[in-house]
Design a binder for this molecule. Structure first.
Ligand code: HPA
Length: 275
């Protein structure tokens, strides 16, 4: 049944996307701007794709944009499903399983995150070099299918070292500072208490957010190379004790998202040269 639905998803996208995508980008809160640089874009709303659900999160468009970015066939997924939306991990992971079937080898994930590290300030771009899954759920739980990859995939290095190196050097060319750190994934949807922020920092997390890790786990199982980038949208309640508004989070994400899109577009150009 699940395989049938996966085939239906994949068949529809093969028919409608202008090119078989080499790279996919899943964009988070306020970061959908990357889709603006896609040439001759073909837009497919999620609710037209079997197995997809339209995201209910604010500022997540809920559509796929396929086309070329500087010679690289890409698909940009504008908006993601979060675990807190209540559809279950299968729906959160679904797009990545479909991308695997489409032959995508490289996945870039972006998100907005809270900072637990004073040096990572609102507006900064942070490359993930590791994560801690504290969502209380895992997308690989359930009956195993060898078509998805290994039952017990190694997570010794979920984020690809070469992609990180490339991204860092492209950011330098643009004069953009890029930090790197550990992302703790929580279920949300409430933001963390002060005690939770202290706990997360003491566990070794630099950032906290409500996404990205499930997609990474599935992509690693699928054998994809993963690059994950956070935009710091706010300090966690570790250094102060303030209410954070969704407006503030979106504003920081959108401003830094412009730089992030420039660097990612350079990276896509480099990846197309590699093939
Ligand atoms: N906590 C969790 N998720 C988030 C935050 C935060 O402070 N900011 C943006 N996403």
């Amino acid at each position: 049944m699940k395989q049938d639905l996966l085939s239906a998803s994949t068949d529809l996208l093969r028919r409608r996307l202008p090119h078989p995508p080499q790279v996919a980008v899943i964009t988070g809160t306020g970061l959908g701007a990357l889709a603006d640089v896609v040439e001759d874009p073909v837009v497919i709303p999620y609710d037209e794709i079997p197995g997809f659900v339209a995201s209910t999160a604010p500022s997540h468009a809920g559509q796929m944009v396929g086309g070329m970015v500087r010679g690289c066939p890409v698909v940009v997924l504008q908006g993601r499903i979060h675990y807190y939306e209540g559809f279950g991990m299968e729906k959160v992971a679904w797009p990545v399983r479909v991308l695997q079937r489409l032959g995508v080898k490289t996945l870039a994930l972006t998100n907005a995150a809270g900072s637990l590290n004073r040096a990572m300030q609102p507006g900064d771009i942070v490359m993930l070099d590791d994560h801690i899954n504290l969502m209380g759920a895992n997308p690989l739980i359930g009956l195993h299918d060898d078509a998805h990859g290994e039952r017990f995939p190694s997570m010794h290095q979920p984020y690809d070292q070469d992609l990180r190196r490339q991204f860092r050097s492209l950011a330098k060319r643009h004069g953009v500072r890029v930090a790197h750190g550990v992302y703790a994934a929580v279920s949300g949807p409430n933001l963390e208490t002060r005690a939770e922020c202290r706990m997360l920092a003491s566990l070794g997390a630099d950032l906290v957010g409500m996404s990205t890790v499930p997609e990474t786990i599935v992509a690693v199982q699928a054998g994809m190379r993963v690059l994950a980038l956070s935009i710091v949208s706010n300090y966690g309640n570790l250094f102060h004790n303030e209410r954070h508004t969704q407006d503030e989070i979106r504003r920081h994400a959108a401003t830094a998202g412009v730089n992030l899109s420039k660097i990612l577009s350079d990276l896509l150009a480099q990846l197309s040269e590699r093939e």
